[in-house]
Ligand binder design. Sequence first.
Ligand SMILES: Nc1ncnc2c1ncn2[C@@H]1O[C@H](COP(=O)(O)OP(=O)(O)OP(=O)(O)O)[C@@H](O)[C@H]1O
Length: 250
Amino acid sequence: MTDQTVIRLEGVGKAYGSFRVLSGIDMQVHKGEIVALLGQTGAGKSTVMNMIMGTQEATEGTIRVAGHDPHAEFARLRGKLAVSFQTDRLLPWRTAVENCELGLLILKIPAAEARKRALTWLSRVKLDGAADKYPHELSGGMRQRVSLARALCVDPELVLLDESFSQLDHVTSRTLRQDFAAVVREYKKTCLFVTHRIDDAIEMADRVIVLRPKVGVALEESIDDTLRADPAQAAALHGRIAACMDGDPA
Ligand SMILES: Nc1ncnc2c1ncn2[C@@H]1O[C@H](COP(=O)(O)OP(=O)(O)OP(=O)(O)O)[C@@H](O)[C@H]1O
């Protein structure tokens, strides 16, 4: 593994009893990359994320995250890996800043430093002024921003997002994606995100990986700003991804 590889999967398979969900998955995410993981429902996207998080064990192959086996060496990845899910999972009895600093306090960062870092990250996700509000006082988009600030303020090497923008309306989701991608790039974080929306992937990612049931990685393509700015190229990539997700030859 090179120093630049944050996630590496080699020949990874997963079976639930006799039900094989994934086999032969080879994929890598490099330092500073934003990679989108796409696939139709049931393709195994969440299973891949859970194995990378270490909450599920692969039944075949090798997984390394920042050089560690995420399942066997779960504790070694504490503070290096942060996750944000489809729902914000904020604690309703804690304010935005208190939600944010929770992970830091668990990592035994002194309270004053934790508060400072939490406020800094709330500001970076454009939530100045909302620090003392409770989740029920915030909009869905604002709550998801708190969740992203909470993920980023532990200064993780890797951020995993599982459909983090999918429950928001189109405009809110788009603004949040753009702001999040800008912050991730500015602070040189590495990010793997699951989405079922092809447009989200093309807009945010440096690379897309499409999983297909029984096939594994069915398509992998790099994306850059030149492609994003060219409607014809972006539409062609959209078509290739859609065809692949639908099961047509890529
Ligand atoms: N704990 C489990 N036990 C048995 N089967 C499971 C379990 N978890 C997932 N599966 C099955 O594995 C397959 C892949 O599920 P997974 O949730 O990883 O897919 P996905 O691509 O994330 O789907 P979606 O987009 O609908 O969330 C599905 O057929 C699912 O039913």
